[in-house]
Write a new protein. Structure first.
Lengths: 697, 730
């Protein structure tokens, strides 16, 4: 039997095939933007071909199919979602235009934010003309101040339908405290326009903050019909080949969803690609015994960093997406514009690298597609790091002369340097930017990068990790053998996952003695139980439940998610939560920063359900018959050292347990792994390369 | 003994330079994150009312955070005062930290507390790091420390001259307790101070780690090199711009005691690669809390210029070196101790930013490569709204309601201003959600929405502001303090014929029928239909009681417009009307566009209306007339442009002239073009339904006598001459 994980990227559609015997194979087909399902089928055909079987046979052997897609992201960024209307409390119709005064800068790069004349407002999700104010009002206690005017609401719905909306978002003030009006409105929409897709904020994102709630709800409504069509197409194609097993879709929060639910969670798919990479890293870290992992995904245009602490990916509760906000818990990934395509420039004798990128068109100068400015990849080629004849396993010839010329004309010349020195300078600048980001991400979460191993993937991750990890003080680098399709690997290894939250709005006032004297314990237990039941309903009986309470000090903005032990909470349990909250707070924000005296809020309960999908354990590499010999040696330039002779290995020639001394290069069809001068590398039993830097004790 | 490290300049290669530069910026970001994390307060985290940075041995700014740009000047000046006051006694030693909030020693006003830490290599000082943040309360006669009745700075809050808070790594708990004990919110202030200290630690450690890796000489070479680089770029840019004198003025209404007008006046003289901001023409200081100290003046100027001319340059001391700032001690922009100044940052200082922005924009708009960077005034009259009392849980509550963040941005030559942009001097601030406010404070919002006719009309319009109205909820009364300028003085001016935005609006309807309506399950989303006693406000009324049956509404100022409103595409105006940016009445009166009930342009009526407006302007009087205007040749040498409305041309007689883009020669360039323009006074109604004009002010419209295009809408003190605002003469 076999298991397939697929992930659609901008250029390639990746497929990871797991077999019962633990064999892992990776296939790549070109992404087909006009109908992305085609690319998936093409990748499956490639897999069948490699196994020497007919596609139908591959499907017949298939146990499980999992899929990550950028369909939601693309539709949102390009504003190609459904025509969507918004029902919101009268008087607050402009919430999505006001955007808490962030509209002029949210989602823009730092250098654009400081450049006021280029600031601009985002394109709307819902135009003002499709926003209807509903007569109703609920207060902070959830009490109804103004009852819902149903006749007026029906008229509003009809107006929207007459204007051709395909989807309606419903987001009212304080609906997370009292969802009656939103539910009733959903019923009215169902009566008035049964075919219209509906999202209510109180079911999708029941948290405080009308802007973030409305934004998330509107995005979900905007994308729901698109995802619905997309998933239907995909299902038809896969089922059409006779597959009857489960189909899962990758989401951003730490797992996969049943395909049938994806449309209702469309906003949850937005960053599923990067999340998949972090999830894959989590699973691999678990297998190799590394609970604390920094993930570094370096592609053509961006450098994405994630953090796994004690085996759990770090989540964030709100993030920017397409110049709006999504308030669904998601795996936190922080990005800067630094990738293989980042452009180096010299102005007034001063060199900078990025954030401008040559992207894939024209791409780096060495691609020979018209790019003339030097990029990081050009520097890699000039320095002998990337073999121009073995890029993508030799499938793409690189033009070393063009790379050389680009570096010479745009950097070396203006700075009066040798070309190699300038090229290595480009790398040094970029790698230090990335090291600065690794430091920032870990420090902000309250940790030290030196306590983490770094997992490097993406086309350029393994090529640069030797330097940026070293600069960030990291001792161990792991280059996963699933690196070329890490997100796809994450989709197939990811557990089924659902997360439900509910605002509870309980607090202990200033100078409280015991929190348990002030909060409604029964209500908290009921909320937790209710959400757990929803997890069971969604995922079945085998589900593992984790429960959390979002807590904060009154008058403070930082909310911390505190794990709730199993079983019903009693008074002592509540008070223990406060201690634990305080402990965690000080862990992140520093000793003595806890402000217990100002009171504590129990703002939201969250329950996460995971249900493992049974998958084979990866097979260990049989090293017998592997030569462990280099195929070549060439001069490779290292910053500060100059040209050194480096052994060149092919990954298929290396077996586990054979240490390789740096400087050396291990070539894989998908990437070039660099081991620096004072570093060593070794393949561990499952085939992943582990590099020890000079920071290793 | 020399206490400062004398380094040997190294020949640092550009790669190491860039790596260290990025590291130093990253340290500054980490400082900000540290402060925000520890502090946890809304002012720090959401309004980002703080700043961090790295400085050289005498306070020269090496890096600064891009948060509230006002503070950029502050920390550097604090360092200078720490050195002045503390170098001898108690001494400046490794591991020390100093605390300052004195508005004549670097702070903008008492609530801004800064902590500074020297950085040493061995026993020699290489630099400083620092952080400052606005505190919710630092004592004084009123909660929140904005004391509208104060006549003396010593009534406004605790005054801390440079004081040693950490002595060689040991916290002086006595000093800390002494300071926090003066606040009504000692715990919050303790956390913020802890955050400031943590940010300093992050800065010191970051710099010392960098020094350990690259060597002190290299790091200092880079630090000084960064400043030199910015200076060189700034000077190069200034050199490209034409020499000239650019003037701007703004009028602050009400000083806390009297509804008097204070003029803030700048003469910007640009010569070669340097620039002088001369504020000596500003009025005398006020008896009330609206004054700016000299620090406030510098802060306002830096906040004005940084995003304008240094939009792509690293922000550090180098940018400031070509600047000279002149002011008169005892004036409203450089008040003398002990004049009160707690509202200065939102008062005179704010208008320093606005006038600097205007004068600098006129300079930038004189060059085709930079006209895109010039902007009309942003929202120029923040209306502080503070409530004090018990909240709905019976807890004491003293807090600002931050609707003031919902203001609009100024228009540009190439685009409209940003609607609900937030304040210009807060690089990336956030307004709280309605729900966040209702959760903490005992209010119930009736609406929060974008306000029609709030922004300045123009060919490109200013960004609109959002406003709100609320009633109390679950309490019976609270005390309220409101204070603004721009209440009877249009301070958000337009540029090149653009109109000013509306003024600040407030209404307090006392003993209204709102509770009766609510009883009946009705809660209006506007003031329409509410009955009650209308209260008359001034810009800065005394503290008042906000009572159970009262309804309060506040609608802030917004962005100024750019260019003549009758030059705006009629289709855009129609969209403005259907989208609620402007009323149909304003569209007709100001933009000259007739919009039908269905939202379409009535083209015939529009053409007629626009023609009538033009004809009327051509009939306006002209004070002086050129007797023998020289002819404009196609190849006349352009010395400068005047935005996108006119040019300074050297004509056949060898003299230079101010020439409208229609080809009409308006005036000799060395005389005030306004004396030669067609002009007419404007009433408040002419400018839109939300403009008020103080009795001591007047508004004059200036148009080209040749084509009737509106070139400026001037706000000036009644009876004074029109301002000679653009003086470029070769």
């Amino acid at each position: 039997m076999s298991y397939i994980g697929t992930d659609i990227g901008g250029t390639f559609t990746d497929l990871v095939l797991l077999s019962d015997d633990g064999d892992i194979r990776i296939f790549k087909a070109l992404t087909t933007p006009e109908d992305r399902t085609k690319g998936v089928l093409n990748a499956m055909n490639l897999a069948a071909e490699a196994l020497g079987i007919a596609p139908a046979e591959l499907v017949a052997r298939l146990q499980y199919f999992s899929h990550g897609t950028t369909a939601a992201t693309n539709a949102f960024i390009e504003r190609k979602g459904a025509r969507t209307g918004l029902l919101t409390t009268r008087g607050f119709e402009d919430t999505l235009r006001i955007q808490r005064a962030m509209g002029g800068w949210v989602g823009m790069a730092a250098h654009e934010i400081s450049h006021f004349s280029v600031r601009r407002l985002p394109d709307p999700i819902v135009p003002r003309a499709l926003t209807e104010g509903i007569v109703e009002r609920v207060d902070y206690k959830g009490e109804i101040i103004v009852p819902l005017d149903e006749d007026a609401a029906r008229a509003s719905i009809r107006r929207l339908v007459a204007q051709g909306v395909e989807s309606i978002a419903i987001s009212l003030l304080w609906s997370f405290r009292n969802m009656a009006h939103e539910q009733r409105l959903a019923e009215l929409v169902a009566e008035e326009a049964p075919s219209v897709f509906v999202t209510t904020s109180s079911s999708l994102v029941p948290i405080i903050g009308e802007y973030e709630r409305a934004s998330t709800t509107a995005i979900n409504a905007y994308l729901g019909p698109v995802i619905h069509r997309y998933i239907n197409g995909l299902e038809r194609a896969i089922r059409g080949h006779g597959f009857e097993g489960p189909i899962s879709i990758m989401e951003s929060g730490g797992g996969v969803l049943p395909a049938s639910e994806a449309a209702f969670q469309a906003a949850n798919l937005l960053t599923s690609g990067p999340a998949g990479g972090v999830l894959a890293s989590q699973k691999l870290g678990e297998l190799l015994g590394f609970p604390n992992v920094l993930t570094a995904d370096m592609g053509g245009t961006s450098f994405d960093v994630g953090l796994i602490v004690n085996g759990q990916p770090l989540l964030e509760t709100v993030r920017e997406e397409g110049r709006f906000h999504v308030a669904l818990p998601s795996i936190k990934v922080t990005a800067i514009g630094a990738g293989g395509g980042s452009i180096a420039r010299v102005r007034d004798g001063h060199m900078t690298v990025g954030p401008e990128s040559a992207g894939s068109t024209p791409g780096p100068a060495c691609y020979g597609r018209g790019g003339v400015e030097p990029t990081i990849t050009d520097a890699d080629v000039v320095l002998g790091i990337i073999d121009p004849k073995y890029f993508l396993g030799g499938k793409m010839r690189l033009d070393i002369d063009a790379a050389h010329k680009a570096v010479r004309d745009h950097v070396a010349g203006p700075l009066g340097m040798e070309v190699a020195e300038a090229a290595s300078g480009i790398r040094e600048v970029a790698n230090n930017q990335m090291a600065d980001l690794l430091r920032r991400v870990t420090l902000r979460a309250g940790y030290d990068p030196r306590d983490f191993v770094l997992m490097a993937y993406g086309g350029a991750g393994a090529t640069h990790a030797h330097q940026f990890a070293e600069a960030a003080g990291i001792a161990t680098i792991i280059i996963p053998n699933t690196g070329p399709a890490h997100s796809a690997y994450g989709t197939v290894t990811g557990d089924r996952h659902r997360s439900f939250s509910l605002a509870i709005g309980q607090h202990a006032p200033a100078r409280f003695r015991r929190a348990s004297e002030h909060v409604d314990i029964a209500k908290i237990n009921d909320s937790l139980n209710g959400l757990a039941a929803r997890c069971v309903e969604a995922l079945g009986d085998g589900v593992t439940i984790k429960r959390f309470i979002g807590m904060r000090f009154r008058q403070q903005v930082h909310e911390i998610s505190v794990a709730v032990p199993d079983g019903a909470l009693d008074a002592a349990g509540i008070d223990a939560l406060v201690d634990r909250f305080e402990e965690q707070y000080e862990r992140v924000y520093g000793k003595n920063t806890a402000l217990r005296i100002s009171g504590v809020e129990f703002s939201v309960v969250r329950v996460e359900g995971t249900s493992p999908v049974i998958k084979p354990v990866p097979r260990k590499v049989d090293g017998s018959g592997r030569s462990n010999k280099p195929i070549d040696a060439r001069e490779v330039y290292f910053y500060g050292r100059g040209f050194l002779s480096a052994a060149i290995y092919r990954s298929e020639d290396i077996g586990p347990g054979q240490p390789l001394a740096g400087p050396c290069i291990i070539e894989r069809p998908d990437t070039t792994i660099v081991v620096g001068p004072a570093q060593t590398a070794e393949m561990e039993p499952y085939g992943n390369i582990i590099i020890r830097t000079s920071q290793a004790a | 003994m020399d206490v400062v490290f004398n380094y040997e300049t190294q020949d640092v290669d550009p790669i190491t330079f860039e790596v260290i530069r990025h590291r130093l910026l990253s340290i500054t970001d980490e400082q900000a994150a540290t402060l925000a994390a520890v502090s946890g307060s809304t002012l720090v985290n959401e309004a980002t009312d703080f700043n961090t940075g790295l400085y050289r041995a005498f306070g020269e700014v090496v890096t600064m955070g891009r948060t509230v740009t006002f503070h950029a000047a502050s920390l550097s000046l604090m360092v200078k005062h720490v050195i002045e006051d503390c170098a001898e006694n108690p001494g400046i030693n490794p591991g020390d930290m100093f605390i300052v909030n004195h508005p004549h020693k670097g702070a903008l006003h008492c609530p801004d507390i800064g902590i500074l830490a020297p950085i040493f290599v061995g026993d020699k000082r290489i630099g400083w790091t620092g952080a400052c943040a606005h505190q919710l309360d630092v004592g004084g006669m009123v909660p929140g420390s904005f004391a509208s009745m104060a006549k003396d700075i010593r009534q406004e809050g605790i005054l801390i001259p440079p004081v040693k808070l950490v002595d060689r790594g040991e916290l002086r708990a006595d000093v800390l307790n002494f300071i926090t004990g003066m606040s009504r919110l000692p715990i919050n202030i303790s956390l913020d101070l802890k955050g400031l200290m943590a940010a300093c630690n992050t800065g010191v450690k970051g710099v010392l780690d960098t020094v350990a890796k690259y060597g002190v000489d290299t790091v200092l070479t880079v630090m000084d090199g960064m400043m030199d680089l910015s200076e060189a770029k700034m000077r190069k840019r200034l050199h490209e711009l034409p020499d000239g004198v650019f003037r701007a003025q703004a009028f602050l209404d009400h000083d806390g005691f009297e509804n008097k007008i204070y003029k803030i006046h700048v003469e910007l003289r640009k010569q070669g690669d340097s620039i002088t901001f001369d504020y000596t023409g500003s009025d005398d200081q006020a008896p009330g809390f609206v004054n700016a100290t000299r620090t406030g003046l510098l802060a306002g100027i830096y906040a004005g210029i940084l995003p304008l001319i240094a939009f792509d340059l690293p922000w550090n001391d180098g940018l400031l070196r070509p600047l000279e700032v002149l002011s008169r001690e005892g004036s409203v922009v450089s008040c003398k101790f002990p004049a009160p100044c707690s509202q200065g940052p939102l008062g005179a200082m704010w208008l320093v930013e606005v006038t600097t922005t205007e004068a600098m924009s006129k300079l930038l708009a004189s060059h085709p490569d930079y006209v895109r960077e010039a902007q009309a005034a942003p929202a120029s009259g923040p209306d502080l709204f503070h409530i004090h009392g018990k909240n709905q849980y019976g807890e004491p509550a003293t807090a600002p309601i931050l609707e003031v963040m919902l203001s609009g941005g100024g228009a540009y030559a190439h685009r409209d201003g940003i609607t609900v942009s937030g304040q210009r001097n807060i690089t990336a601030g956030r307004a709280p959600n309605v729900e966040a406010t209702e959760l903490k404070l005992p209010v119930l919002y009736m609406y929060r929405r974008i306000i029609t006719d709030s922004s300045g009309p123009g060919r490109n319009t200013g960004g609109q502001a959002a406003g709100a109205a609320f009633v109390l909820h679950d309490v019976h009364e609270v005390e309220s303090l409101v204070a603004c300028h721009g209440y009877q003085s249009p301070t958000s001016r337009g540029l090149f014929g653009g109109y000013p935005s509306g003024c600040n609006h407030r209404r307090l309807l006392r003993n209204s029928n709102i509770r009766d309506l609510m009883q009946g399950g009705e809660f209006p989303d506007s003031m329409n239909g509410l009955v009650g006693e209308e209260t008359t406000f001034t810009a800065k009324p005394p503290e008042f009681e906000f009572a159970h049956d009262d309804v309060y509404e506040c609608n802030p100022t917004a962005g100024g417009g750019w260019g003549d409103p009758i030059g705006r595409e009629p289709e855009l105006v129609a969209l403005d009307v259907t989208g609620g940016a402007f009323s149909a009445a304003s569209a007709e009166r100001i933009f000259g566009v007739a919009v039908t009930a269905s939202g379409d342009v009535d083209e015939a009526a529009t053409a007629a209306r626009r023609d009538a407006i033009r004809q009327e302007r051509l009939s306006w009087p002209v004070t002086r007339r050129l007797q023998h205007p020289p002819h404009v040749h196609g190849n006349a040498e352009a010395l400068a442009i005047v935005g996108d409305v006119a040019r300074i041309l050297k004509l056949t007689d060898g003299r230079s002239y101010f020439v409208c883009n229609c080809g009409h020669v308006i005036s000799p360039a060395d005389e005030n073009w306004k004396d030669y323009a067609a002009h007419a006074p404007a009433t408040a109604e002419d400018l839109g339904p939300r403009v008020r004009i103080h009795a001591d002010l007047e508004v004059v419209r200036h148009a080209c006598p040749g084509c009737g295009t509106l070139l400026d809408v001037e706000v000036k003190r009644r009876g004074e001459d029109s301002l000679f605002d653009i003086e470029i003469a070769a």
